[in-house]
Design a protein around this ligand. Structure first.
Ligand code: CUK
Ligand code: CUA
Length: 764
């Protein structure tokens, strides 16, 4: 027990000596370090703006698309420290995502035509909004390659649902939410026939291929998308690109731009120039202007056509009802970003040097007056560019995406070809600053910068190339997210962060204080459905049930046991293991795997998870906890015994160890000494207001839980000692000590927490 005694003394010492100790050993001065590491004043300034000292936390949390990994990357700002990867469209082993039955059920929702798709191309995350402001409750993200959309609950940062778009073959312009997250917008990208598995030759492109925009209905109470109440617009085959929902005065409308409105079909195989030439030939493409509120009413009124079980508002209906219009936009547009006040839509043309600022008011005036310059080949009214534009501003080469500042009228636009961020004023129409980035910026992101209430402060440039920024790691480079300070007139580049997990496209960042994730589940929760798990077991309820060739284990996990510790089955049995983590203390996650059966589960406090496999190979398969959860983590183990057909036992007792009376007495003394320490910790905890600290209350509950398990064991070891069975006497005494160690560990953690968080003495 020395270990604990030493730890508490050193804590006391540290508290007493405080800063004096820290300054005494730091012989090197700031100047010395600057010289040794060749750092400038500017470097130091940048470092001090991003450095988050130990124990302190970031101001903002970023959710970045994980690109081809099919995951989401979570990191803090300004430190740029990665906090989590969230498994979304692809298996993620640490979280057991795709290796336990409960998460497999989520991934299964993402099957297309009955086939598993184990990769995804995530592009655009979106945080749920209330009145146009980020509310920190849910995150949505799309898969461009396979037209899918996922819902992540920010109470536990887990993927809860995947929906497959029923009418597209690819999609890009999602996820974007309406101001109260009524709908999640997802636009198609490469046109294809809407009916499933329909074949039409490319020669019938104009007639049979279609684009579209889907509005997925989000049920906030359920925390799930409701496909039945979702709908789509049928649109011309124009390669619909990004979207944004109107807000404030433009709420109820949404905007989606497009490229390749030439409807060009290449290329060499058809004896024509490639797509890239044909798709950029015209000077303009189309911004689609849609009234989604009215569309939702039309769907309710039964005016949609049902295609593949999904409501589709056909172009004919949309034109007749006056809810769909087009506005020309310059040269291969990419991003469309509505200003925080909802009055303007800013569109960037990749092959234009300008950004185009469209006025919602002007567009509405043209619609009201019935002032259209033409109709497109499908009969959709086209509003003249001059009747819709507020202004155009020349920014530089390859403008892509725009984000907003907390200060009025200020916007930031990425310039892909120039590798720059342009800061400009969209009210006055002038550039105010430019900053070079490394290299070829795609999206950029300011804090809550696409909401009605941007927070300014920082900007992240999501660069496409990293070239010379990092230590080389082979031909495939990491991605580079560069942090930029935008709180002053001049932008300042602060930090380069390599991201080695796919090419992130877009990212969103929210004030950290808006996120309120939990630390434990209600005992027995299936985290993927948020419902009680039918396989839940509490302490004492553990059991193994065999029916025919079905073996079902109802097990529990608590430091440092897996109950049961032996599972015996016959070869060919179907094995289902439900495991409940009975811990209440924060961060006491246990993992679970069985050798060579390709199962893994991450079981956080309170969670119940199921793993399932067919025991198709006779033999001996250790199982163990995969998270280093306690001093005896390595001993958190057990055996799956898969018996061959017709197997009969010949030996029926386990091998014995040899123990002496002296060893037994030493163990008993250890138990008595440890109890003294536990008593002193308990005395401290109960002398202060620990009940005011929910995290401590949970730790104390767990501690007493562990101590409670020692009940009756003293009588047991004493009875064996009386019979001079030193093995059993010693091992049962040792087991008391094991529970004591866990109790003391939790108790000391609670004590440290209380001391560091200003617990106060209470009157007894
Ligand atoms: S996209 Cu990649 S840089 Cu998918 Cu939003 Cu523009
Ligand atoms: Cu539980 Cu390691």
């Amino acid at each position: 027990m020395k270990k604990f005694a030493v730890r508490s003394t050193s804590l006391l010492l540290a508290a007493g000596l405080g800063l004096a100790a820290a300054t005494a050993w730091s012989a090197e001065s700031l100047q010395d370090v600057m010289k040794r590491r060749n750092l400038s004043q500017q470097d130091l300034l940048a470092a001090s703006k991003t450095y988050v000292p130990t124990g302190k936390r970031d101001e903002f949390v970023t959710f970045s698309s994980g690109g081809q990994s099919g995951q989401v990357i979570v990191y803090g700002i300004p430190s740029m420290r990665i906090l989590k990867y969230i498994g979304v469209f692809t298996p993620e082993p640490w979280q057991g995502y795709g290796f336990d039955e409960n998460s497999k059920a989520v991934l299964k929702q993402g099957r297309i035509d009955g086939k598993d798709i184990t990769w995804g191309d995530t592009h655009h995350p979106a945080i749920s909004e209330t009145n146009g402001k980020y509310d920190g409750q849910f995150l949505f993200i799309n898969d461009k390659a396979n037209p899918r959309l996922a819902v992540i609950d920010l109470r536990d940062f887990e993927t809860k649902q995947i929906v497959v778009n029923p009418i597209y073959k690819s999609e890009h312009g999602g996820a974007f939410v309406t101001p109260n997250s009524e709908y999640v917008i997802e636009a198609a990208q490469y046109a294809a026939p809407l009916e499933n598995k329909k074949f039409y030759p490319l020669e019938e492109f104009n007639e049979k291929y279609r684009g579209g925009v889907t509005y997925w209905k989000f049920d906030r109470k359920e925390g799930r998308i409701n496909p039945k109440e979702s709908f789509s617009f049928e649109l011309p085959p124009y390669s619909q690109d990004l979207s944004d929902a109107g807000k404030g005065p433009s709420d109820g409308w949404a905007f989606t731009n497009s490229f390749c409105s030439e409807r060009y079909v290449g290329g060499i195989e058809k004896g024509r120039p490639p797509y890239e030439a044909g798709c950029s030939a015209k000077d303009t493409d189309y911004l689609h202007v849609m009234n989604w509120k009215k569309a939702a009413e039309l769907v309710k009124a039964g005016k949609a056509k049902v295609i593949n079980g999904h409501n589709v508002i056909m172009m004919e209906t949309a034109i007749k009802e006056g809810i769909l219009f087009l506005v020309p936009e310059p040269k291969s547009p990419h991003g469309v970003d509505v200003t925080p006040d909802g009055k303007y839509m800013i569109v960037s043309g990749k092959l234009d040097t300008h950004v185009s600022v469209y006025s919602f008011e002007k567009i509405m005036a043209a619609i009201k007056a019935g002032k259209f310059e033409s109709k497109d080949p499908y009969g959709i009214p086209v509003i003249a560019m001059k009747d819709a534009l507020d202004k155009q501003v020349q920014l530089g080469l390859g403008p892509l995406h725009t984000q907003y500042d907390s200060k009025p009228c200020l916007a930031y636009t990425s310039l892909y070809v120039d590798s720059q961020v342009a800061k400009w004023n969209y009210c006055e129409g002038k550039v105010v600053d430019k900053l070079s980035v490394h290299y070829n910026i795609g999206h950029l992101m300011t804090m809550e910068g696409d909401s009605v209430d941007p927070k300014g402060r920082y900007l992240v440039a999501l660069n496409k190339l990293a070239i010379d920024r990092f230590v080389p790691v082979g031909p495939l480079h990491p991605q580079n997210h560069q942090l930029i300070d935008i709180s002053n007139d001049k932008m300042q580049l602060l930090y380069d962060m390599p991201l080695p997990l796919g090419e992130p496209h877009y990212a969103v960042a929210i004030s950290a204080d808006k996120l309120k994730p939990g630390v434990r589940y209600k005992v027995g929760t299936d985290s993927r459905t948020d419902k009680p798990h039918p396989g839940k077991a509490l302490a004492g309820e553990e059991r193994t049930v065999k029916k025919g060739n079905q073996v079902t284990v109802y097990g529990t996990l608590i430091r440092s046991h897996i109950t049961p510790e032996t599972i015996e089955v016959d070869v060919g049995d179907e094995v289902t293991i439900h495991l409940t983590n009975l811990e209440r203390a924060q961060d006491e996650t246990h993992g679970f795997t069985v050798s060579t059966y390709n199962v893994h589960a991450s079981i956080e406090p309170g969670k119940t998870v199921t793993v399932k496999f067919k025991a198709d190979k006779e033999g001996v398969y250790p199982y163990y906890c995969t998270e280093f959860c306690s001093a005896l983590h390595l001993e958190m183990q057990g055996y799956l015994l898969v018996k061959p057909k017709g197997w009969k036992a010949t030996k029926t007792t386990l091998a014995k160890g040899s123990y002496t009376e002296a060893e037994y007495k030493a163990t008993v003394k250890k138990v008595v000494d440890t109890q003294v320490i536990i008593d002193s910790v308990v005395a401290y905890i109960t002398s202060v207001n620990y009940k005011d600290f929910p995290d401590v209350v949970a730790m104390v509950e767990d501690a007493f839980d562990q101590l409670g398990k020692t009940k009756g064991l003293k009588e047991k070891h004493e009875a064996f000692a009386a019979k001079k069975d030193w093995e059993n006497a010693n091992l049962w005494a040792e087991q008391i000590w094991q529970y004591q160690v866990k109790t003391a560990d939790l108790g000391l953690r609670a004590k440290t927490y209380l001391e560091q968080n200003g617990a106060k003495k209470v009157a007894k």
